[in-house]
Design a binder for this molecule. Structure first.
Ligand code: ADP
Length: 367
């Protein structure tokens, strides 16, 4: 193999054996091109055709990519033959596609160009940057408010008692908001790290729903809400079981019922319906009546910090992370979340999870 990629300057002015180079190129996921010094593409591997399109041979590399640095780098490499040039580029027909390129002179008339698609890495990096900037912003606003009130209290020694009480209540709310945000961030980071680990426990869905509903009933009553649980399965005697982690499934339904209470009309009914799906799945549908969600927002609701109405969410004590946590837990449990909403009508968050009622039958037959 070494002989194939040997240096062969004296014989035919080739620095490396281009046949060997393109033989190796067949195994690569990155695009490999051979161009002449007028930028015309002379050879290309399959990955290059996938990235840059068909009919590459004979076209100019500048017809396929945009790059300010490519020309200069080629010139530098012509002058200094053992240099590997580096440049960035975007696809001519898709400027959001980020490429990192390397080039190397391989003979007196030819250069090899390697193009690596960095779009995914760029997007991940952008998401990470956005997330950190969102967290900083979300933490800074309650902190600024707290500091403002502390300063006011310090500089107003004779402040009236009722005013002081009011300020302290706001400070308490802001501190609780920061604490909720930190709890949600920790939950999200835990579930993201563990998302690929398949759950091993057994969750009795009806029992979990009853305990979540019981824990939220008091709160519901304060706003005149009624939480109405309906088991609509064909066989109501059989306890629906899924394979999962109880704490996480509780967190899913807690978040969804909490949202149903927050974003529905006061004194309305929150319906929680348990149904069977045709292929071995149990469905829990949480339905509330309220202003509803415009269709354009629905696909983005599970993004971290995405809120339809920031002011409303803040006023209700929201962190903007609840549905992101819900999405990750459901996906860890190989489930699905479907959101439907009509304006000034019903909004439904439907969770479907793989059903393990066969588990019970299996256990029974072993008795
Ligand atoms: P938040 O802490 O703001 O409630 P979530 O991630 O739980 O954050 O929800 C994101 C957004 O989705 C909310 O701010 C709200 O705009 C919208 N939303 C969630 N649940 C409902 C619902 N049941 N009805 C209407 N809008 C909802």
């Amino acid at each position: 193999m070494n002989e194939l990629i040997e240096k062969d300057i004296n014989k035919n002015h080739s620095i490396i054996n281009t046949n060997a180079l393109f033989l190796v190129g067949k195994m690569m996921d990155d695009a490999l091109l051979e161009i002449d010094l007028n930028y015309e593409i002379k050879d290309a591997n399959t990955a290059a055709k996938r990235l840059l399109g068909d009919n590459l041979i004979g076209s100019l590399i500048y017809e396929r990519v945009i790059s300010d640095a490519l020309k200069d780098e080629l010139q530098v490499c012509i002058n200094k033959k053992d240099k590997i040039g580096e440049f960035t580029a975007t696809l001519k027909n898709n400027e959001y596609h980020q490429l990192t390129g390397r080039l190397m002179i391989i003979s007196d008339h030819r250069a090899a160009v390697l193009l690596m698609d960095m779009t995914l890495q760029h997007n991940v990096e952008k998401m990470r940057r956005d997330f950190i900037s969102n967290i900083s912003h979300e933490l800074r606003s309650p902190l600024t408010s707290l500091m403002g009130f502390i300063e006011t209290l310090q500089n107003t020694p004779n402040i009236e008692n009722n005013m002081k009480e009011r300020f302290l209540k706001i400070m308490e709310d802001e501190a609780k908001r920061m604490s909720r945000l930190i709890d949600d961030l920790m939950s999200l980071s835990k579930v993201e790290v563990e998302e690929h680990i398949a759950p091993t426990g057994k969750v009795f869905i009806k029992t979990v729903l009853s305990s979540v509903i019981a824990s939220m009933n008091n709160r519901a009553m304060k706003t005149g809400h009624v939480i109405d649980f309906q088991d609509q399965r064909a066989n109501k005697t059989e306890e629906p079981i899924i394979r999962g982690e109880s704490d996480e499934i509780i967190e899913v339904f807690h978040n969804l019922i909490d949202n149903a209470l927050k974003y529905s009309y006061s004194e309305s009914t929150i319906k929680i319906k348990l149904t069977d799906a045709p292929i071995g799945r149990v469905i829990v549908d949480i339905v509330n009546n309220g202003e509803g969600i415009e269709a354009k927002h629905i696909p983005r609701l599970t993004e971290r910090f995405y809120r339809v109405d920031k002011g409303r969410s803040r006023q209700m004590g929201g962190t903007g992370l609840g549905l992101a946590i819900v999405k990750h837990i459901i996906s860890k449990h190989r489930g699905e979340l479907h959101i439907k909403s009509e304006l000034k009508g019903e909004t439904s968050f439907e969770v479907s999870l793989p059903y393990f009622h066969t588990l019970l039958s299996a256990l029974k037959s072993n008795e």
